[in-house]
Design a protein around this ligand. Structure first.
Ligand code: ADP
Ligand code: MG
Ligand code: ZN
Length: 206
């Protein structure tokens, strides 16, 4: 809002919540958005429509917590949806941001310049352990990065990786239990089921 408050100019803020699947990114995003609402701030939440688990009109955690959200097919729709609501919105939440293309970085920059608080949750790495889409760039421009770990399903240590179970080579196979599990660095087997020298099947970012 760039309003003067107790002598200080209020500026925007970028927060990134990242880590592997099951690390509590959505839970943490929902927690922050609920607290913002308690503080009577106007909140808008978005997610890409690539992930239609659970709800079309909400984000959801694996622990069944939810927060209402608008589903958008790509960054230009996100931009359009947002600019329709601005300047009413003060806090913007985005879940599963790894599925958006690089233009989300510029949009985030514009929003923070307008004094908004943007809270972005997304996977930092793919199931092969490589940086995932725009998340590394968003981490670089963030005011604060929260890197969460899950619990390794094999040994119980803190898990930083998402292990894909089964032989699919597509980057995006949406789902959770039974398809993916959290693994620590020692237990992670990125290419366990891959035929040798097979190329990753990379989808277009949206
Ligand atoms: P993310 O958005 O990072 O995938 P969620 O916020 O949806 O994570 O879910 C986190 C919740 O998942 C935990 O609070 C816990 O209830 C559950 N959970 C299931 N498996 C695991 C695991 N291996 N490690 C940690 N939490 C797990
Ligand atoms: Mg999540
Ligand atoms: Zn382990």
């Amino acid at each position: 809002m760039n309003a003067l408050k107790s002598g200080r100019v209020e500026v925007g803020r970028i927060e990134v919540i990242t880590g592997p699947m099951f690390s509590g990114k959505s839970e943490e995003l929902i927690r922050r958005l609920k607290r913002a609402r308690i503080a009577r701030q106007r909140v808008a939440c978005f997610k890409p429509d690539i992930d239609l688990r659970y709800h079309r009109t909400a984000i959801a955690s694996h622990s069944a917590q939810t927060h209402e959200a608008v589903t958008v097919p790509n960054v230009s729709h996100l931009r359009q949806a947002l600019y329709q609501q601005l300047p009413d919105v003060e806090v913007i939440g985005i879940d599963e941001a790894q599925f958006f293309d690089a233009s989300i970085v510029q949009l985030t920059g514009e929003l923070v310049h307008l004094g908004k608080r943007i809270i972005i949750a997304g996977l930092d790495t793919t199931f092969t352990g490589d940086p995932f889409g725009p998340i590394p760039a968003l981490m670089a421009i963030a005011d604060e990065v929260t890197k969460l770990s899950a619990v390794c399903i094999v040994c119980g240590s803190p898990a930083i990786h998402t292990q894909r179970l089964g032989a699919s080579r597509e980057l995006v196979v949406v789902g959770a239990a039974g398809i993916y599990e959290a693994r620590c660095r020692a237990c992670f087997r990125p290419y366990l089921d891959a035929p040798e020298n097979e190329q990753l099947d990379l989808p277009e970012a949206i």
